[in-house]
Design a protein around this ligand. Structure first.
Ligand code: AMP
Length: 543
């Protein structure tokens, strides 16, 4: 017979985060870079009052429990207000990826049946195109400087909340009720909705802020450069406020990130590797001004060891390389060194840090072969990575669970190929679908990319498989090179790769471009590259 414990059955709720932040850290600040270049700043206590006003205003508009409320917005204080007000009413916040096309987004908005959309004024013009294709009852604009695209459906945010009462009794929600909806980026097909619960997000908030994970405390000043629409800004809006850290929001103005770090004393910043690769020269030039910055949280794509070395050795900034997925709220693994690694030479340390790390407490990982047999943790054997945790999706929104995405024993199939070593460090080899099959052998585009990036004249690189009559598929590299590049760079790069790889791994062609196309969340856009290759060589690449 089960013996039940005697503890309170107090449901996990997002309200606990904001109530704690207001009561214990009410004087901590949120800074936002506005489109006019000024920095807006207010306290958690002020944010808390506006959250309650917003909840009252949405209630008056007829928003009810379970309704989906979308945002089409940059990282700003108003966006942060929605992340609390919407779930606290029992409604579901649905951040839209502003970089998707109106056709992609209209499908998502129509599937989600969003009742209300909050639109950031700086995106009014691009939103106008989407607005024609969706059926949404109410639209609220904020920070709107122009009259562009304002229709009779439009309400202004500040007017919207100004009249509303700042007393609001947050009902405690069932902890398994939905609180947010995020769509996957859809790199392997149609974007799929992941519906987080109060419970999953609260548990993620607690687990993601352990010392060896985000490790954020009250003295920190946190800047999520990652857009808030990318897997809930990696959970940082909740993690940072629960910890009582100041928050700095850059309004999606990547050109002012270094200024903001210097002005507000950012200590921890988070974003994809391409952002940090681009900012590196400026950070190096202004090293003294950014001395407050002591940790980068990097994920979404592999962080090259050379870039880790640059940040750690030249700038003295610790790099924490993470792996996760929208389906995992998103944190899965984090790479910090063990005590036994401290005595290793620096290059060995950076090679460990280039791995995606160990599962954070609460996450389980395993690798399996095509027959679903579990593979050993020897650091060599490659298998499909599968995961489970209390903050991992068990199914997709409006989609029947299928064995394509979930195993019969309840694990998520990540679509990533990985090794795991005996210490539990996971290393992503590639996406299953990205592996190039040439003459019956496998070639890892990520491994080639990694070695290309160690060449002094390579600024950015990616590798793609294209169909080939003789071999099935062959690799092609797309590369951005520095201005002082020598002649015959393709030959130089081939020789560089030949020191590491067998002949058949060397890409047949090197396409030199000015910039590698990126997706809405700043990752390398392999679909756009496939099109580029198809136009350049009149061939179609791997689908
Ligand atoms: P998203 O849901 O858009 O965050 O994409 C999740 C996918 O991004 C994962 O399944 C991986 O393929 C990839 N990913 C995330 N973090 C990393 C990383 N640190 N290294 C390599 N791939 C990563």
């Amino acid at each position: 017979m089960i013996m039940f414990g005697t503890m309170m059955t107090y449901p996990l709720n997002i309200s606990q985060i904001i109530e704690h932040a207001n009561l214990i850290h009410g004087d901590k600040r949120v800074y936002t870079l506005l489109p006019n270049g000024k920095v807006h700043s207010y306290t958690y206590a002020e944010l808390y009052n506006r959250v309650k006003q917003l909840a009252n205003a949405m209630t008056a508009l007829g928003i009810c429990r379970g309704d989906r409320v979308a945002t089409y917005a940059a990282n700003t204080y108003q966006h942060l207000e929605f992340y609390y007000a919407v779930p606290l009413m029992g409604a579901v916040v649905h951040p839209l990826n502003i970089r998707l096309s109106p056709t992609q987004l209209s499908k998502i908005v129509n599937e989600a049946e969003d009742k209300l959309i909050f639109v950031d004024g700086q995106f009014s013009e691009q939103f106008a195109k989407l607005q024609q294709e969706i059926d949404c009852k109410h639209i609220v604009h904020f920070n709107n400087n122009s009259e562009h695209s304002l229709t009779e459906k439009t309400i202004h945010y500040e007017q919207f909340i100004a009249e509303a009462d700042s007393e609001y009794d947050f009902e405690i929600q069932d902890e398994n009720s939905a609180m947010a909806l995020c769509y996957t980026s859809g790199t392997d097909g149609k974007p799929k909705g992941v519906l987080y619960t109060h419970r999953s997000m609260c548990l993620h908030t607690l687990a993601a802020n352990q010392a060896d994970v985000f490790g954020i405390n009250e003295s920190d000043v946190v800047m999520p450069v990652v857009p808030m629409f990318h897997a809930m800004g990696w959970g940082l809006p909740y993690v940072s406020m629960f910890a009582g850290a100041d928050i700095v929001l850059h309004g999606n103005n990547n050109h002012r990130i270094v200024d903001l770090i210097a002005e507000t004393g950012v200590t921890v910043a988070a974003g994809v590797p391409t952002v940090w690769a681009k900012l590196y020269p400026e950070l190096q030039k202004r090293k003294r001004e950014i001395s407050s910055l002591h940790r980068l949280i990097v994920g979404g794509e592999p962080m090259p060891p050379t870039l880790i070395e640059g940040y750690e050795k030249e700038l003295g900034i610790e790099v924490r390389h993470a792996w996760g997925m929208t389906e995992m709220s998103p944190t899965g693994t984090f790479c910090t060194l063990r005590k036994t690694h401290q005595k290793l030479p620096d290059t060995e340390k950076w090679n460990i840090k280039a791995m995606q790390g160990r599962p954070i407490p609460g996450v389980q990982i395993r690798i399996v072969n095509e027959n679903s047999v579990e593979l050993p943790w020897d650091g060599k054997t490659i298998g499909e990575l599968q995961v489970r945790s209390p903050w991992t999706a068990g199914s997709y929104y409006k989609t029947k669970p299928s064995t394509e995405h979930f195993t019969e024993d309840g694990w998520l199939r990540t679509g990533d190929l990985a090794t795991i070593n005996k210490e539990g460090y996971m290393h992503i080899v590639d996406r299953v679908k990205a592996i190039i099959r040439s003459g019956g052998e496998s070639i890892s585009p990520t491994a080639i990319q990694r070695v290309l990036l160690t060449h002094s004249q390579v600024v950015e690189a990616t590798v793609i498989g294209v169909p080939n009559k003789k071999w099935g598929e062959r690799p092609i590299a797309v590369v951005v090179i520095s201005s002082d590049t020598v002649e015959n760079i393709s030959e130089v790069l081939k020789q560089h790769l030949a020191t590491e790889f067998p002949k058949f791994w060397i890409p047949d062609r090197f396409i030199i471009v000015d910039e590698i196309p990126k997706t809405g969340v700043g990752k390398i856009d392999k679909n756009a590259i496939k099109q580029l290759i198809a136009t350049e060589f009149n061939i179609s690449s791997k689908g």
